[in-house]
Design a binder for this molecule. Structure first.
Ligand SMILES: *Cc1c(COP(=O)(O)O)cnc(C)c1O
Length: 459
């Protein structure tokens, strides 16, 4: 069937029938879409057989490369048994085994796994759990259903997740639908709102957060954070100690800490979870993206025993968490997620990642001299290169210039696929990327930045 359709025909049908995410379709309709046909390792291959390096891991999900033998086989084996049965009133083998594995790997103290389908739904579940937790754990405490989050936060696109997010271009239109929250400045050192410098600042950006907690802690159900890296904000990396201190503040003011590890989880930051870097156990943790190695949509919300216990009771007490989705605990997803974790062990992914992270740091450093590279931020295998109009004043490029998009277009022509975040170029390759492939990616990225920013229109 696929063979008989021409690429031109497919392109036409794409423009006729599809509505792409985060895409201005009017523009899209004027372009030939790049249609991916196959993948292998860190490469995506289009219908004409052209190979592209997958520089953003197919939007942050792929870890061990495409067409990994072990992952492919796990899916086929599971298909030979069953694709899906419900977790409502039934259980299934891969869902059980995966839950056990996840708890083994998660920060100590997280004890229960609640499945859903994607990062947004994992966040929604966490928010609802937090609200219901306080009602059942401490009904005398009065209403505790406010959330505190950082500006520029991104936790997904469903309405609850958007409520605790703050990316103007994505979120502002939906304000009338959102529940009220409290916001605080992020630890964006390059554009520090207080104009301080780490470490002498002593993470002073947490002081206003503590003030909020002191004043409103009794109303706060939770603080939600992307630990270590605010990814969609433009790879804003938090200074060391920030997460740990936030954990301490949450404990002191009796507020739940919700870690959104959707982007940072599964080795991205150099450890299995970002929370591990600072020995932090959140009360709730949302995971997705890398959970299946980029194969299937699957997510989970992990909870401590304390949270879980507040939901236990007799049927009539109505303490049940009345929440779930049609595909919760999907066998294909859980089976490939189990294989994903097996590959981590078999290939010693995290151990082998360590030297590659150092190589990436060195390669990225070679870009600091570029005239329009303002800041380079890296945490593990997540990197953001912030392009600026004026390096001295740190003046950003105006958004209409679409500088990130233009660099990405340039890179595509050279065989590297990227998806920028505004003026920030994102490099987030699969963890399995070899040093030669990594070097190639950074070289192509540097050439593309140079080409676009040094051309007259890039000034
Ligand atoms: C991508 C992302 C989400 C949303 O996940 P989806 O699978 O796109 O719904 C939530 N939080 C963070 C930190 C993310 O990066």
């Amino acid at each position: 069937m696929q063979k008989r359709v021409t690429t031109t025909q497919l392109g036409q049908w794409d423009r006729t029938y599809l509505w792409h995410p985060f895409t201005q379709m009017q523009e899209w309709e004027t372009e030939e879409p790049l249609i991916i046909e196959r993948g292998t390792g860190v490469y995506l291959i289009d219908r004409a057989g052209r190979k592209y390096l997958d520089g953003t891991s197919s939007i942050w999900v792929n870890l061990h490369g495409h067409r990994h033998r072990i992952l492919d086989r796990a899916l086929r084996d599971q298909l030979n048994r069953i694709a899906h049965s419900t977790l409502l009133g039934l259980s299934n083998t891969p869902a059980i085994l995966l839950a056990r594995e996840l708890i083994r790997l998660a920060p100590k103290g997280l004890r229960r796994v609640f499945y859903s389908d994607d990062g947004s739904t994992a966040v929604e579940a966490a928010l609802k759990m937090a609200v219901q937790y306080w009602q059942q754990h401490d009904p005398a405490a009065g209403p505790k259903h406010l959330f505190l989050h950082l500006k520029l936060a991104y936790h997904g696109d469903t309405i609850g997740a958007v409520s605790v997010g703050n990316i103007e271009a994505f979120h502002s239109r939906f304000k009338p639908l959102l529940f009220p929250t409290l916001e605080a400045d992020p630890p964006y050192c390059y554009r520090c709102p207080l104009n301080l410098r780490f470490p002498s600042c002593k993470i002073a950006c947490l002081d206003p957060i503590e003030q909020i907690m002191r004043a409103r802690g009794h109303e706060l159900a939770g603080v939600i954070i992307e630990p270590l890296v605010q990814a969609a904000a433009g790879m804003i990396t938090a200074p060391p100690g920030y997460l740990k201190r936030l954990r301490e503040l949450c404990t002191r003011y009796n507020i739940l800490l919700i870690a959104d590890e959707v982007a940072t989880g599964f080795g991205r930051t150099g450890k299995m979870f970002a929370c591990h870097h600072e020995d932090v156990t959140p009360d709730l943790m949302a995971i997705s993206k890398g959970i299946t190695g980029g194969y299937m949509p699957l997510a989970a919300t992990l909870a401590t025993e304390n949270i879980y216990a507040a939901f236990r009771g007799t049927f009539e007490e109505l303490k049940t968490f009345f929440h779930g989705h049609s595909y919760t605990g999907n066998q294909l997803g859980c089976a490939v997620a189990l294989a994903n974790l097996a590959v981590f062990r078999k290939e010693r992914t995290l151990v082998r990642l360590r030297p590659k992270i150092a190589v990436m740091t060195r390669l990225l450093n070679s870009m600091t001299s570029l005239r329009h590279v303002g800041d380079i931020r890296q945490q593990g295998f997540m990197a953001g290169i912030e392009l600026v109009k004026n390096k001295q004043s740190r003046e950003p490029y105006p958004f209409e210039m679409r500088i990130g998009h233009r660099v990405a277009q340039e890179a595509r022509g050279r065989g590297l696929l990227l998806r920028p975040l505004g003026n920030v170029m994102v490099l987030m390759p699969p963890l399995a990327t070899t040093v030669p492939a990594l070097t190639r990616m950074v070289t192509l990225l540097r050439e593309s930045i140079q080409q676009v920013t040094d051309s007259r229109s890039g000034q």
